[in-house]
Structure formats: C-alpha cells, structure tokens
Design a protein around this ligand. Structure first.
Ligand SMILES: Cc1ncc(C[n+]2csc(CCOP(=O)(O)OP(=O)(O)O)c2C)c(N)n1
Length: 681
C-alpha cells in the first residue's frame, strides 16, 4: 500500500503520520495560492478533504507517478469534481505532475481545469463535475476488475450534500447487491453545501444506517485525525465480502478560521490579503514561494491573452466593448432579470420556487429573500435535479406555478427524461431556468458550460423556449412566462455580465422577433440602434441579416457597427428571443429581402442555425432563391476553463467572428449580383 514503482514493486516513498499531516497542510497552502491566482474556485470543500487526500495519494493508494496507466493501480474517482484542486495537489505531491503547475488552475488550456478532465491530466481517472455520477463509475470499474480477475481497489470521493443525488443510491444499491468489496467510498462529511447546512437543505443523515441497509460496511471517523484516516483506509482495503464506505467527519474550510464552517466560502477564492492571512494561520508563511507561483500564473495568463488576440479576425480598429467612443455600454448579468421578476411577481400564491442548492448565484433565491411570507412557497429540494423536476410536475398538476433552476446543464440535460415525460407529455405549467448557460460560467470549465441544452429543450413537444438578450429582456420574459404563458417553458440565461441593449420601451412579445437596425453614431452604443417588432418593420434593402438570440444579440449589434464602419454594409438584426415558437415569418422575410442570413448562437451550432436553415429550405417562398447562409456558434467541441470573454474568443462566438463571416458571404453575394447586373444591362 503506497506509492510504488510499477516495474519493480518497490515502494518509492513511505510517509509517517507526521509527514502526512505536514503534506496535507502544505497542500492546503498550495490550494489557496492556486485559488487566489485563479480568482475563483472552491476553498471550503478542498480544505475539508485535504487530510483524506494526502493519506490516499501519498500512503493508501497503490499507484506509480511514472506510470499513471499502470493496469494494476488503484483507481481514485473524484465524484465531487468541484474539489479538483485537492485532486491535483494529491497527484502533484505524489509526483504525477509538478506542484508549481497547479497554479495555472482554471485558466484557458490548463491541464488543471475547473473540474477534472481525464484527457488533459494523467492520473485523473475520469472526468467529473456533475455531482452524483462518480460512485456509478466506480461500480463499473469494480465490475471490470472482477471480470478481469484484478485485485486493485476503486476509491470514490464524494461530498455529503452530494448524497442527495438519487444516482448515488442507485450505485450504492448496485455495489451492495454485487458485493463489490473492491469499492471504497469516502464521504467528506463537512455538513455544509452551497445553500447552507446539509440538514436544512435536505437531510441525508443517518448515512451510516442508509449505507448499512444497502449492504455496505460503514466506518465513521474524524477526517482530520491522520491516525484514524490511515487506519480506516487500511481496514477498508482489508475488508472482504462487502463494499466499504468511510464517513469522514470534517470541517468545511479546515485550518483557516475565517473560512471554517462558512457557507460563503464554498465557491470563493481568497484575495491576496486573505491568502496571506490564511497561510499565516496554517503556519506556512515563508514555506510556499507565493510570489513565484503568482508570477507563474501571471505569465501563463499573459501568454493566453497573446495567443487569443493573434487568432482574432482583424479590423482597422478595436471594436471591443467599451474600447472606443461609440462602444460604451453598461453591463449586467441576465440572471439578475430572472431574480428581479421572481421578487416582483412572487406574491402570487400559485408561484412556488424549488431550490436545487445553487440558489444565490442563479438568483432564484431572490423569490423569497427578505420576504418571510413567501418562505413556505420556497422549497429546498437539495442536489436532486431529477426528482425536483418531477416534483415540479406534481405541483403544476395541482395548479401551482412551479419554477426550478440550476446550471442549465443540470436543469435541462441531466433531468431530460423527467422534463420530457413528467412535464412535457402532460403539458404541465412548469418553468425551468437554465442558468449560467453558454460559456459565461467560465473558469468552472466544460462540465458546467451548457452548450447543448437548447437542442433538447426546443426538440420537446409542448415546450416553449426563450433566450433573452439582456437583463431587461430577461426580466420581461420571466414575468411573461411565469404569469401568462401556459405550458412547459424553458428560459436560458448567462452568468457573466453582458451588455444591456434594451430598455423598458423595447417591445417584448413572446414568439415575435425584434428587428434591430444601426441608425447613427452615438457615444452610448445602445442609443445608436433602433429596435422595433419585426412584424412592424418594412424592407430597407439591407445587405445582410443576422439572426441571434441571448448574449449573441449584443454581439450581432457590435458586428453591425464593424460592418458599417469598415465596409459600409447595412445589417438587419433579428433578436430571436423566443426560439420556440419560432418567428418564421420574420426570418423568411429577412432572407428574401437581404439574401444573406447568418445565425449567431452561444451554443453548439444548430439550436438556432438548423432551425433557421430548415425554415429557409422548406419554405416555398424561397424556392429557387439563392440565399447565402452562415452559422456562428460552437463547433462541436467542449468548452474549457477560462475567463468568459476569453472563451467567447476561443470558441469563436464574438462580433468579430460574425463580421468575418458576413464579409465572406458578402463577397459571394457581390459575385452573384454583378453578373446579374451585367445581364440586365
Ligand atoms: C449535478 C450537479 N448539481 C449541482 C452542482 C453544483 N454544485 C457544485 S458543488 C455543490 C454542493 C456540493 O455540496 P457537498 O457535496 O456537500 O460538497 P462540499 O460542501 O464538501 O463542497 C453543488 C450543488 C453540480 N456540480 N452538479
């Protein structure tokens, strides 16, 4: 049991209990430096799990840093993917990768992604980040080991809040049923999750009795007492006949007084002063080369910026947001419009909001915060998206107006079958919020960036889909969907602040596109445009059309400025806030009038592009007309960790990319028009 040379079987290094304690402490320090350099990440849960991590990676697990895919190694599955920095430091201290590399955590292209990515870093067994999946993966690995006659162990690290996911219990049942004594689950029981204490959000205890009843051997320990940790890991390895779970009682934020037991430190990184104070408390001042590490992170960041800029389409000047006199714009996250509407309209007794343990940042919590009378209609469901979705269906069936929301990938993908059957098939009045959608959740990385949700949502019969372009439109759309619209509805919004391009007077009519035209030069970007209902607008024989939704609408508007100032092209922009039902008439008219249609979506190409294309190809109105089309969106790839605006560039969903595509299509349009004009002459 230890770090081993896989060729000789020799132990590479043995750690005493004292050395393991010290390593865990140093790992805590490096963790906080990396979080500080990243400016985001999960301090609380990485600090609570660090003693377990040190014991596992440096002592209990058989693995060889020189041979990460050694077939006989023990497997360690990080089901609690948000604790990734602890995993990275476990690997780094064991020698799988350089310790100082971890400081590039959560940056674009780094192997140290916001959530573990097994294709980027040797030693990471599987990619995780969507809670509750790891134990099932461990069961699969354990079954494979049994089939192959192998004797290695499969460890699986989970959080206690994570125990709320139903899938954990399916896997627990399977491991018990198959007597998988090669599975060792470790639960970091720090008693907190995002929305508060686990017991208040959704009680999971008594975990001992639950796992026992599923056929597991249970060891309950103090997860910060290194003797107990090492002892429990040894006992678990030796146990036969049943899977073993180690329930490790820990303290969230362990070791740093101002982080301990504080919900606010779940998903927060220390600033420089807090880092220094924390390192002081850990007794690490002077033991970690903080300046050097931060400098390394800084240089990496500069290089990213250089690489991204080199790849951007070039124009005669910089048209980026707030870069010049005419590009000035106020920004706010769309999610705030959602929260504002729930706060304003929540007095309606039928409105019931379901919390999925991410209530503050997605703003669904605004429904009840500071409004005690609404507390009974705020129902915390824990980290249990699938069950909550069907529960929302039940509430709707009884006449309530339920709202559920989470990261879009958890509220509109993980629970897809529940949405399909429980909600859509019965045509029930449930509002689903897909928050932090697109690339805007940035450093969290690909697991949290919903880039596929719109395919499924708009593919579901009875479902309506709205993607507001800014915070104001998000508020109007939420209010309409909540109180007036009947049936299943999906509203998608971003995390990052994006430009505000509409105001109170701007029309918002469900199912009807707005038409936006650049009219003049103004210091305030948004004032340069006129926005009206597309149905009320005549043809101005613009050169091209851009059909966009969500935060791509402001990008389309910025593209229109580039195209006008650099090439003299006039652009018709359709803000397709309602993706379903689609405003086919406005799109077809724009295609007829301009002959060039570019779609722009912060999503895998197709949610918008393919719907528009199918309209264009199917409509008899356009038979025989040569319409040029282009699609801007994500090109069949996963996202990456990185700052949201870096990802806009990396994934090529910026105004510059729209403008570049427009220039390319306009060149074709001109070639086609010139021979036609010659023929007429
Ligand atoms: C399926 C899914 N839903 C929601 C989230 C967002 N999320 C990340 S961490 C977290 C709380 C986890 O609580 P716990 O398991 O207790 O971990 P710890 O408190 O130790 O960090 C949530 C809800 C997620 N990553 N995956």
């Amino acid at each position: 049991m230890a770090l081993k040379d896989s060729t000789t079987g020799n132990i590479i290094r043995e750690y005493s209990i004292e050395q393991l304690r010290d390593a865990a402490n140093l790992m805590r320090g490096h963790d906080l430096v990396a979080l500080c350099a990243a400016g985001s990440g999960h301090a609380g849960g990485t600090l609570s799990v660090m003693d377990l991590t040190a014991a596992l990676y440096l002592h209990a697990a058989d693995h060889d840093p020189a041979n990460p895919s050694w077939p006989d190694r023990d497997r360690i599955v990080w089901s609690a993917g948000h604790k990734a920095p602890a995993l990275y430091l476990g690997l780094a201290f064991a020698g799988f990768c350089p310790i100082d590399g971890v400081v590039t955590l959560r940056k674009l292209g780094s192997p140290f992604q916001g959530h573990p990515h097994c294709l980027k870093l040797p030693g990471v067994e599987v990619s995780t980040g969507s809670l509750g999946q790891g134990l099932s993966i461990a069961v699969g690995m354990a079954l494979a080991a049994r089939l192959d006659g192998k004797h290695h162990k499969i460890f699986c690290i989970m959080g206690d809040g994570e125990q709320q996911e139903g899938q954990v219990w399916e896997a627990a049942m399977e491991a018990g049923h198959f007597h998988l004594d090669n599975v060792i689950a470790i639960v970091d029981c720090n008693r907190l999750q995002i929305d508060g204490w686990v017991k208040d959000v959704m009680q999971v205890e008594p975990l001992d009795a639950k796992y026992s009843s599923f056929g597991w051997e249970v060891l309950r320990i103090d997860g910060h007492d290194m003797n107990q940790v090492v002892d429990a890991l040894a006992k678990a390895r030796a146990f036969t006949g049943k899977p073993v779970v180690i329930l490790a009682d820990t303290v969230k934020g362990k070791g740093v007084s101002f982080m301990e037991n504080q919900t606010g430190w779940h998903g927060k990184a220390p600033n420089r002063d807090e880092l220094d104070a924390a390192l002081g408390e850990l007794g690490l001042t002077g033991r970690i080369p903080v300046e050097q590490l931060l400098q390394k992170a800084g240089s990496y960041q500069v290089e990213i910026g250089r690489r991204l800029e080199a790849r951007m389409p070039r124009f005669s000047r910089n048209y980026w947001w707030n870069a010049g006199y005419d590009m000035k714009v106020a920004m706010e996250p769309n999610r705030k419009g959602f929260g504002q509407s729930l706060a304003q309209n929540g007095d309606d007794e039928r409105v019931v909001c379901l919390g999925l343990d991410i209530s503050g940042s997605i703003t669904i919590g605004d429904f009840h915060s500071g409004k005690p009378a609404r507390a009974r209609r705020w129902i915390s469901m824990g980290i249990a998206e699938q069950s909550a979705t069907s529960a929302a269906a039940g509430l709707a069936r009884e006449g309530k107006l339920p709202v559920i929301g989470s990261y879009a990938t958890f509220s509109a993908a993980r629970n897809l079958d529940q949405i399909r059957v429980s909600i859509c098939y019965s045509n029930l009045n449930v509002m689903i919020a897909g928050a932090h959608a697109g690339v805007s959740v940035g450093p969290d990385g690909a697991t949290h960036q919903a880039l596929e949700d719109l395919f499924a949502m708009q593919g579901l019969p009875n479902m309506s889909v709205v993607v507001p372009c800014d915070v104001v439109e998000a508020r109007k759309a939420t209010t309409y969907l909540l109180l007036q619209h009947r049936g299943p509805k999906y509203i998608r919004f971003a995390r990052e602040a994006t430009p505000i391009v509409t105001d109170e007077q701007t029309p918002f009519v469900f199912g009807q596109a707005n038409l936006i035209r650049l009219r003049r030069e103004e210091a305030n970007f948004a004032d340069a445009f006129e926005t009206r209902l597309a149905a009320d607008c005549g043809n101005e024989a613009e050169d091209l059309t851009i059909v966009a939704c969500g935060p791509m609408v402001p990008e389309a508007m910025r593209a229109a400025v580039i195209l006008k100032q650099e090439y003299g092209y006039e652009t018709r922009i359709l803000n397709l806030h309602t993706l379903k039902p689609i405003d086919g008439e406005s799109i077809l008219r724009a295609a007829c009038d301009t002959g060039v249609v570019i779609t722009a979506e912060e999503h895998q190409i197709g949610a918008l592009a393919w719907r528009v294309s199918s309209l264009l190809t199917e409509s008899p109105l356009l038979y025989g007309l040569p319409i040029l089309t282009g699609a801007i969106g994500v090109k069949d790839r996963f996202g990456d960790s990185g700052a949201p605006w870096e990802l806009v560039k990396e994934l090529e969903v910026s105004a510059e990319h729209i403008a570049q595509k427009a220039v390319e299509l306009m060149a074709h349009k001109k070639k086609r028009l010139i021979p036609a004009a010659l023929a007429m002459a």
